[in-house]
Design a protein around this ligand. Structure first.
Ligand code: F0G
Length: 358
């Protein structure tokens, strides 16, 4: 039987690996590209969703982590370190566990989703909650990796971006061409950079003829690239992208220029509304940060910026089960109240509005 072999084995000739590189893989990549008819109907575009929540630890980080951990082992590392808003820590802990090495993970105290915290603990990561935000954690991780025998696996490590570019390869292979637009959440802007590189290399590889316009979105309370300055105290319910000083800022500006792209900011209310549209109309459950791709598409479509018939790919970066609390709130912010019934079919039928006697 055939099984997807993970991004290193699937794209070995297009990644910086050699026979000396051990392959530390959990079978990441090969995620579904799902046609979203409801979003096509809302926008007049042809909309596809790249569901990165289907990776082994539930986010796109696994594509970069297979590369970063494999290369770290190749270089003899016994321990890795990262700063994280949650998903990178979950991925680093899992891949380090698989490789039999240690992962230290620095996260902002009280600001990462419960599912991600559980993953880091489950995989035996050395979890350190820092009394600061993500940007402080990244400063610490850089400092420690420069001065102690521990290997940095944040996206400032070029191996991470290399692994993540494979998602663009997959999109091009499935569509047979690059899309016209690509919508993506932006935190450190590593993934925005990685897709741009992947699409560019797809042209070199003869698989496509154009670059999509790369449209990246930050949460309104954490939008340093859009605002044009570092945000000291970033805030948003989309905790994955609560970042005030993106590590790949310069690279992302280059990528925007190269692709005739765009950076926009979306407020939390619209992020949650988009999450609901994706889960109720398309059947894909994502964490809030990921839903910003959908919110960005809807906003740009309403503004008349997406010509009818354009092919649009939306990366949704992380699974909804990582941060499920938002689904249990109604639009007005109150808690969803499940209906409680006795063990009685007539009662259940009545609650469901089913007529008797079918
Ligand atoms: N979406 C999710 C679900 C994320 O976890 C992240 C980043 C992003 C989008 C943004 O990607 O940073 O490459 O622009 N999460 C990092 C982490 C910061 O620590 O898990 P980016």
């Amino acid at each position: 039987a055939h099984q997807w072999r993970g991004v290193i084995n699937e794209y070995r000739d297009r990644l910086d690996v050699s026979d000396a590189t051990p392959v530390i893989s959990l079978g990441e990549g090969g995620t579904p590209l799902i046609e979203a008819k409801a979003l096509s109907a809302r926008t007049g575009a042809r909309v596809f969703v790249k569901f990165e929540g289907m990776n082994p630890t539930g986010s796109f980080k696994d594509r970069g982590m297979t590369m970063a951990i494999s290369k770290a082992i190749e270089h003899g590392a016994k321990a890795v370190i990262c700063a994280s808003t949650g998903n990178t820590s979950a991925s680093a802990a899992a891949y380090a566990a698989h490789a039999g090495i240690t992962a230290a993970v620095l996260v902002p105290e009280g600001k990462i989703a419960m599912g991600k915290l559980s993953q880091a603990v489950a995989h035996n990561g050395q979890l350190i909650q820092v009394q600061g935000n993500f940007d402080d954690c990244l400063d610490l991780a850089r400092d420690l990796s420069a001065n102690y025998p521990v290997h940095l696996v944040n996206s400032v490590n070029p191996d991470r971006i290399e692994g993540q570019k494979t998602a663009a390869f997959e999109v091009v292979e499935v569509l047979g061409e690059a899309p016209d637009f690509h919508f993506i959440p932006v935190g450190n802007a590593g993934n925005y950079t990685a897709y741009t590189r992947g699409y560019s290399e797809s042209i070199d590889h003869g698989d496509s003829t154009k670059l999509p316009r790369m449209f990246g979105f930050q949460a309104a309370g954490s939008a340093p690239i859009v605002d044009g300055h570092v945000v000291k105290n970033p805030e948003t319910i989309a905790s994955a992208i609560r970042i005030g000083n993106p590590a790949s800022w310069e690279l992302a500006i280059d990528a925007r220029e190269k692709t005739d792209g765009y950076f926009g900011a979306i407020d939390d209310q619209r992020i949650l509304a988009a999450q609901r549209i994706l889960s109720t109309e398309v059947g894909i459950f994502v964490e809030p940060a990921s839903a910003i791709s959908v919110a960005g598409l809807l906003e740009q479509s309403e503004a008349g910026n997406i010509p009818a018939g354009s092919t649009c790919v939306l990366t949704v970066t992380g699974h909804g089960l990582k941060d499920p609390q938002w689904a249990l709130r109604t639009e007005d912010g109150s808690d969803v109240q499940p209906t409680i019934v006795p063990v009685d079919a007539a009662e259940v039928a009545s609650v469901l509005g089913l007529a008797s006697g079918a």
